[in-house]
Design a protein around this ligand. Structure first.
Ligand code: NAP
Length: 300
């Protein structure tokens, strides 16, 4: 690429810039963020070559434009940048939901611009331009969801870009992406937010005790429950149907476990926990997590 433009300079936007630099994927990286403060901080860190004062200016002449803001902001950004996109450019994004992105952005995309949504399955619980790092996408999956009739060459170029950032790349339909991510990402976040909230609301166990004895398992939920509230509000507002579908399955399984605990059905519990342990093993075997005890933490 000659020029890429990144709109939204938080965790994901800054990580793309760092990784694109590392891989020498573009001659010029332009960045823009709606926040004056973020633009200033990003300028000091220096992962972009230019940080103009408007999104329109950032995308001008860019071969690849990537939206890295919260999904709820996409529609307004698309409306603003659409007239400034270069013919032949690729417009993409990193949003955690894909059906809603197609709905919100596609109507603004001018003829001759290739709109190919994408989603890197990589992240941390941190936000902001300081939290980005070049190796975030290494060995992780990026999913492209090109709409029907997308230009194959543009899809191949975007795929090569994500491989250059360190990712492995899959291509699937937006609707299927939203269902897969509802169970692998969105529901786990909802559960984590819920369990941490429940612990805070318990009356017979003090907050001090919850924190002091958190190494019993609670602590691992708190990492996920510390994720950015704006981003996750937008995820649940924009993937409602798929989240409700998997939440229904989850509630059924939870009722089954509740019955087994109530009835003292040890066989059922043992069989269930054995099945889930195999999933953890498969995640480690495919290199998607560390096999080190306690996620590689030094102390329990
Ligand atoms: P982040 O660290 O909070 O960064 C988002 C940045 O976008 C913030 O600096 C925000 O500024 C800025 N922004 C908000 N509205 C904007 C607008 N209209 N124009 C330009 N910039 C705007 O969030 P993130 O974790 O990088 O997430 C960004 C996107 O990546 C989201 O769509 C999310 O779904 C997706 N994603 C996140 C993860 C993850 O684990 N975090 C993983 C995969 C994909 P303010 O803070 O001032 O609002």
């Amino acid at each position: 690429m000659d020029k890429i433009a990144i709109i939204g300079l938080g965790l994901i936007g800054s990580s793309i810039a760092h990784a694109a630099r590392r891989g020498r994927l573009a001659r010029q990286i332009a960045g823009y963020d709606a926040s004056d403060d973020v633009r200033l901080r990003a300028g000091k860190i220096g992962f972009c070559d230019t940080i103009p004062d408007s999104a329109a200016e950032a995308v001008t002449d860019a071969d690849l434009v990537i939206l890295c803001a919260p999904v709820g902001a996409y529609k307004a950004i698309a409306a603003e940048i659409a007239p400034h996109l270069k013919p032949g450019a690729i417009l993409s994004d990193v949003g955690s939901v894909k059906g809603a992105v197609l709905r919100d952005v596609a109507p603004f995309v001018p003829a001759g611009v290739h709109f190919i949504p994408a989603h890197p399955i990589a992240g941390t619980e941190f936000s902001g331009p300081e939290s980005g790092f070049a190796s975030l996408f290494d060995g992780r999956w990026a999913i492209l969801t090109p709409p029907a009739g997308s230009d194959a060459q543009a899809v191949a170029r975007l795929k090569a870009f994500w491989q250059g950032l360190g990712s492995q790349v899959d291509v699937m339909a937006a609707g299927h992406h939203d269902l897969v991510l509802a169970i692998t990402s969105h529901l786990p976040h909802l559960i984590a937010y819920n369990i941490v909230g429940t612990a805070e609301d318990l009356e017979k166990v003090t907050e001090g005790e919850v924190i002091k004895y958190s190494a019993g398992g609670f602590r691992d939920f708190t990492r996920i429950a510390a994720s950015d509230p704006t981003m996750w509000r937008d995820v649940f507002l924009n993937n409602r149907d798929a989240v409700l579908e998997v939440l229904g399955c989850f509630n059924e399984d939870l009722s089954q476990l509740q019955r087994a605990v109530y009835n003292g059905d040890g066989d059922m519990l043992f069989e269930f926990f054995t099945r889930t342990r195999a999933i953890r093993r498969a995640i480690i075997d495919t290199g998607q997590d560390s096999a080190a005890p306690n996620f590689g933490r030094n102390k329990t």
